[in-house]
Design a protein around this ligand. Structure first.
Ligand SMILES: [Zn+2]
Length: 515
């Protein structure tokens, strides 16, 4: 925390200086509209949407659909009109899922049949057929041991990169994932047909988490807009194959620590057969509109964006297995309901769309789908105001993604957001998170990206990472409701400015994302 504070002081000054310059040029909303944003509403709604009864709203599950129905009901009750398909609030689309078909896959070493996800867990989703003798290669550091064409069994070594104690999922899970990669990496370029990494005590504690996440497989959406720039065929992302020191082993399995005795004998018949299955599961975007009042401008739209999904019910941490996602992204989902109350109270000149994207946690799937299949022409969407996690961390700091090159795609939009900040939350803005060098790649981790990539002026509001991120501890009781209210006012006022200025915000000349 300390480091960040120093940075804040340094960074905040120049940005704050800009804000007063703009304030005068934007029309203020009626007081009754701003007053429609109430902390009590935000709290009531968040305890519902992110309460245990919503079971973490996992994408592609009935829980996501139930949460989506609840949100649509709230929009209807507030007076927001449906803008989805066939006069409904919903835009349906399919997630394409690819995972290892447990029933059709098997792993044997010698006479032992190793149960998938219980004894062993493949590190990747790949069709695999390996039949080869095993060789015990110790901790993998002795390159004189010949593993060519064999199933190499190695004991785990601690990850090469230090693993932060606090963070996404559990420490044990992140340790296991990092240690599997770095231990298997020791056999890079040595031609093993497959590698079985036997867990140490820490990774063994993270085995269930590792197995559960790998068993879920991959998610994608057909015909969706891009999150990252498409790669020319053959270009590697994440460095598998073709990097210095030869190819990394392509078939890697994590094995329970207790199996070392069973696995370490040389020359056993290793037989690894992993087959993939692909299927669709439905997800949904929820879309409502408050029509504008100006005959000309009402055919232009300001788009507010959130995602209704989170991580669902997973392995227990400290006895709690519901990943509530109160901050991520219940906070913005209820903020949009509050902003909707304000716009219904006093509609703006332009129309305002409220879009809840499904399956954001699975790779921005809902926003990739809507950006490619917008309910109104993309050219008529004048700005995307996305939010992700706006209810935590110090009460006076926040971040705005898209505030500086190369992520800045509209200075005019940013100027309105800064002016609105000056009138509402007066947050110190930490621009580190928006930098292309930020280790978390924070700009690329939410739903504004597909729209920005397609040339729509777009920004994201966030109060950034915290130790409860993607854990069962992200509960409504840990939200700072005073801050959430001010962040909501900030988002609302920015949208009010954009929806009423005579000229729509221009796209930055030469705008191009770096990845
Ligand atoms: Zn999120």
């Amino acid at each position: 925390m300390r480091h960040q504070l120093i940075t804040l002081a340094l960074v905040a000054a120049p940005l704050a200086a800009q804000a007063p310059k703009h304030a005068a040029t934007y029309p203020a909303p009626p007081a009754a509209a701003m007053a429609a944003i109430r902390e009590s509403d935000l709290k009531r709604d968040l305890y519902t949407l992110a309460g245990d009864a919503m079971r973490g709203r996992e994408a592609g599950s009935l829980d996501e659909l139930r949460a989506s129905m609840w949100i649509a009901d709230q929009l209807r009750a507030i007076g927001v009109k449906p803008a989805g398909e066939n006069g409904t609030y919903f835009q349906w689309w399919n997630m394409k899922r690819t995972r290892i078909a447990t029933g059709a896959s098997a792993v044997h070493v010698g006479t032992a049949a190793l149960a998938l996800w219980k004894d062993v867990a493949p590190a990747a989703n790949a069709e695999t057929e390996v039949a080869a003798p095993t060789v015990f290669a110790g901790d993998g550091s002795d390159s004189t041991i010949d593993v060519r064409g064999k199933v190499a069994v190695v004991t785990m070594t601690a990850p090469s990169q230090a693993v932060k104690v606090e963070g996404t999922y559990s420490y044990e899970y992140r340790y296991a994932a990092a240690a599997v990669a770095s231990t298997a990496g020791r056999l890079r370029g040595r031609g093993a047909a497959a590698v079985i990494v036997v867990a140490d005590s820490i990774a063994d504690a993270g085995f269930d988490a590792f197995a559960m996440l790998r068993a879920r497989g991959m998610y994608d959406v057909e015909g969706g807009a891009y999150r990252f720039a498409p790669q020319p065929p053959g270009a590697g992302r994440g460095g598998r194959g073709g990097t210095a020191g030869g190819a990394a082993p392509s078939v890697v399995l994590l094995a329970r620590r207790s199996l070392l005795g069973t696995l370490r004998a040389d020359g056993q018949a290793g037989d690894i057969r992993l087959h993939l299955e692909q299927f669709d599961s439905p997800s949904v975007n929820i879309i409502g509109v408050v029509r504008g009042t100006d005959a000309k401008l009402r055919d232009e739209y300001v788009l507010y964006s959130s995602h209704q999904d989170h991580d669902g019910v997973r392995y227990p941490i400290a006895g709690d297995s519901i990943w509530n996602g109160a901050d991520d992204n219940g906070s913005v989902s209820v903020a949009l309901l509050a902003a909707a109350r304000a716009f219904v109270k006093a509609p703006a000149k332009r129309s305002v769309l409220f879009v809840y994207h499904g399956a954001e946690e699975r790779g921005l799937l809902g926003s990739r789908y809507h950006a490619a299949h917008p309910v109104v022409p993309l050219s008529q969407i004048v700005a995307v105001l996305n939010g992700d996690m706006i209810g935590r961390n110090s009460p006076d700091s926040a971040s705005l993604m898209g505030i500086q090159p190369p992520h800045l795609n509209s200075s005019e939009l940013v100027a309105m957001a800064l002016a609105a900040n000056d009138k509402t939350g007066k947050f110190h803005l930490d621009s580190l998170w928006d930098r292309p060098t930020h280790p978390e790649m924070w700009y690329y981790r939410s739903d504004h990206v597909p729209y920005a990539r397609l040339g729509v002026p777009a920004i994201e509001y966030s109060s950034n990472l915290h130790p409860d991120y993607h854990t069962p501890r992200d509960e409504p009781s840990r939200i700072d409701y005073g801050k959430l209210t001010r962040m909501t006012q900030w988002m609302y006022l920015t949208g009010w400015y954009v929806a009423n200025v005579p000229k729509r915000p221009a796209l930055e000349p030469g705008f191009k994302l770096e990845r």
